[in-house]
Design a binder for this molecule. Structure first.
Ligand code: TXD
Length: 324
């Protein structure tokens, strides 16, 4: 049977809606389909574009050996009954533009997308990707009215992957053998936890001197900007799509992976009423646990500074949305 967005619920396989069929959104659709995780609905405001991308992806199915359905649409009604909604809609950063410059435009886009999507998929788990990430996740959480375990942001998995990449390049080891955790806001104030980074369990502090680790941390902090400067036309999308697909996978397959996720905090780490990246366990219910690590004074201070900057931007976003 040919699947259509209007298929009866019983015929449906897990469905993931991606709002924003740009570079991150379309690459994520490809990853999800080719990993055989779920059927995908790609939604964008640009007429014809998501439909064209969906058709292109469908035409690759025979070659890539999967049978996932991919639907492109401009209509939220076609997203109904999604298990997961990923929001990537918005403007990407341009050279020299900070993530926070994006605040104004993207706040309106994300709030609208979250409200429309929840109306058709009341049971969905939301993953926000749009920048500035922590603020947009907060706004989506507010707009959907969902409990905190069902609205989260993707940044830490990407930032950690970047840190791991730079460590692997420096040491000449297999990237998959490097494990690292980056907390805090997605931006210049992110908090890479060097003392938790290992190569197959060996702390990098045993393998690299402090100056080298500091250089890799700095490169991680500027990871997004480095790519924007090189490309000049938009930002990273391959690794962001991979990072998001890992979160989608952990939820759909109930893997309970412990990943750095932007989540709404209620007192953890001494922070309240704010979204910021911390280690969370991700399973079929969304965020199953927020893990509170013991941080050094320096790490805790860095997290506080990071949180303060998110707080300022949340306040600014609220003003903008209230017509200020
Ligand atoms: O780590 C992270 N969280 C990030 C975040 C990593 C990479 C990219 N990050 C951010 O994701 C980036 O700063 C942007 O805010 C988003 C999307 O980045 P992308 O590179 O995919 O941008 P594109 O290619 O411009 O795609 C955005 C799409 C584009 O097709 C628009 O037409 C669409 O969003 N768009 C909309 N879709 C639906 N509804 C509305 N209102 C809308 N407005 C724009």
């Amino acid at each position: 049977m040919i699947y259509s967005p209007n298929s009866p619920i019983l015929c449906r396989l897990p469905r993931v809606t991606i709002v924003g069929a740009g570079r991150v959104g379309s690459t994520l659709a490809q990853r999800i389909a080719e990993k055989n995780l779920a059927d995908v609905v790609l939604l964008d405001i640009v007429a014809g574009m998501p439909q064209g991308l969906a058709l292109d992806l469908l035409e690759a199915r025979g070659i890539e050996l999967h049978n996932r359905q991919i639907v492109g649409t401009n209509n939220y009604a076609d997203t109904s009954g999604s298990q997961i909604v990923v929001i990537t809609a918005g403007l990407p950063r341009k050279p020299g533009m900070s993530r926070d410059d994006l605040l104004k435009t993207n706040a309106k886009i994300v709030v609208e997308a979250a409200k429309q999507a929840i109306a058709y998929s009341p049971n969905a788990i939301f993953i926000v990707v749009t920048n500035p990430l922590d603020v947009m996740t907060y706004l989506a959480w507010q707009a959907t009215g969902l409990p905190r375990d069902r609205v989260m942001g993707m940044a830490g998995v990407l930032d950690s992957a970047r840190f791991e990449t730079f460590i692997a390049l420096e040491l000449g080891v297999l990237p998959a053998d490097v494990k690292a955790m980056v907390l805090g806001s997605h931006g210049d104030l992110m908090v890479p936890l060097s003392r938790y980074a290992t190569v197959n369990g060996v702390p990098i502090t045993e393998l690299l001197d402090t100056a080298t680790i500091d250089r890799l941390v700095e490169r991680t902090r500027n990871g997004g900007a480095e790519i924007v400067e090189l490309m000049q036309t938009g930002g990273a999308f391959f690794a962001p799509a991979s990072a998001t697909s890992v979160m989608v996978e952990s939820i759909l397959l109930n893997q309970s992976r412990l990943l750095p996720v932007a989540t709404y905090l209620q007192g953890e780490y001494g922070l309240d009423d704010i979204v910021i990246g911390v280690p969370c366990r991700l399973g079929c219910g969304g965020i199953e646990e927020v893990l509170e690590l013991h941080l050094t004074d320096g790490e805790r201070e860095a997290l506080q500074t990071s949180a303060q900057s998110v707080r300022n931007n949340i306040d600014r976003a609220q003003e903008i949305l209230n017509g200020g």
